[in-house]
Design a protein around this ligand. Sequence first.
Ligand code: NAD
Ligand code: 0WE
Length: 258
Amino acid sequence: MGFMQNKRVLIVGVASDRSIAAGVAKAMHAQGAELAFTYQTDKLKKRVDKLADATGSEIVLPLDVGDDQQINDVFTELGKHWDGLDAIIHSVGFAPRELLEGNYVDVTTREGFLLAHEISSYSFTALAKAGREMMQGRNGSLLTMTYLGAVRTIKNYNVMGVAKASLEANVRYMAEALGPEGTRVNAVSAGPIRTLAASGINDFRSMLAEAEAKTPLRRNVTIEQVGNAAAFLCSDLASGITGDVLYVDSGYHILGMA
Ligand code: NAD
Ligand code: 0WE
């Protein structure tokens, strides 16, 4: 019997089979979880349908996390299938591409800053708010994906680093707010992985090479490794862990002179 048996999980952020959220879905399915998925745009629906099929799920719902109506509709719809919810996976991040290259102060705009924070940080709170009722009395768990750029400056990561710092603080405040009802809130900080979100980034290839050469384990991480850590954090094996950030980065973050 898997350690996610009898857990019902909503997964937000699958865009392809290489998405980190897809690795989370597969790991949780392997441990016996029952899954529901959302997709951001109609263009992505087919790919999410395919993963849902592969993981025995029949619940696939539209969701742009910038829209409160769509967020509420997801939980209304989910309530028609399930009488409760054990976990929400938030694997979403966005900033306008032109803000992710060049001098941070030069390229950052008010509009881009706000959008990055709305989609990459506030949306996690928004999901917690809307999903709260369905998660009552179940020792539920909320999980998000972050990156080292939250706590160190990383060239070109720019406003996303500021938004991830907000997201990590969000994890702590949400953990404190929801702890009394048994809900845990954590983040996984993944090392660089080639996903759709990464494919838009200049010179991502050399970042992967640099990480591979310098991490203690001398290899980059996979969505399977991130998925396994995510499954653990959302399971009862992690019942003593909340408000925390777990690094799944082959040890890169411990280095002083990378
Ligand atoms: P991805 O492109 O596969 O996933 C990003 C997801 O965000 C997509 O599914 C996209 O549809 C969704 N999204 C963006 N804006 C949205 C909106 N308004 N409404 C709903 N969904 C929206 O890339 P990924 O690398 O799997 O990214 C997932 C998470 O992992 C992100 O938070 C990212 O910052 C984080 N992360 C990625 C890496 C990496 O190197 N790939 C490393 C650490 C953390
Ligand atoms: O969080 C991310 C990427 C998030 C991301 C990616 C894009 C590309 C397309 C957010 N918004 C957009 N907007 C787009 O239009 N990562 C952790 C991957 C990543 O992105 C970087 C990195 C790493 C690592 C950008 C610069 C430097 C390093």
